[in-house]
Write a protein that binds this ligand. Sequence first.
Ligand SMILES: [Zn+2]
Ligand SMILES: [Zn+2]
Length: 270
Amino acid sequence: MPTNTFAYNIGMYIDSHCHINFPELAARMPEILAKMAENKVTHALCVSVDLPEFPSVLALAEQYPHIYASVGVHPDYEDTPEPTVAQLVELADHPKIIAIGETGLDYYRLEGDLEWQRERFRTHIRASRETRKPLIIHTRSASADTIRIMREEGAGTDQGGVAGVMHCFTESLDVARRAIELNFYISISGIVTFKNAQALKAVVQALPLEALLIETDSPYLAPVPFRGKPNEPAYVRHVAEEVARLKDVPLSVVAERTAANFFSLFDVQK
Ligand SMILES: [Zn+2]
Ligand SMILES: [Zn+2]
């Protein structure tokens, strides 16, 4: 990861993962964008969850210069068209589509034979290798299989693949380190501000800032003091504040470093 200076982005925050195309946020777009500007949230990555909704994700990225997008099908979406590698590669062929995902495994939300989830995950890793665009990985109660499939399919730069991000991270420090070994970043959501998130707080304290991104996953998971209310990209500042507190560094350092990490992972205009 590069170590150049980051004077250009002092005090800027980047929401590395949001779903602002979801109707409750899309309906308030002028207000969402104004609050981002007020809070110096300069960029947001709007993440695709299925193919039928992908056009609404792409439309936002095409309309607003500082909104970027991904293409992929979320592991929790069971009854939705299954993507092929060729389809993902074709849809990703756009300058504002900077990532493949979100993809991954979720054994918490769904039960039964989840072989289809693992196959879908492999499809995304193959599309990432082909497009050279980073992966956005969602993993919940499935970390061993997630890391195993990442290795089997050659996700991560060590294996000729592409780096990526483990988004909304809630797994152990050991899982974080295995992902970092594959040159993946660990993205911290508003969960870190919750009182009962002691394990995640400890993970953040143990990891270097060089490995971290910050996100909202809005409209879900609003950070304290907005917990339980709809989340939005402007609130990513509260995630940064908690990371700064936990690591005992100035807020500006967290802002600069996580923004620099975002620019180093994704092909984005500063
Ligand atoms: Zn997710
Ligand atoms: Zn998400």
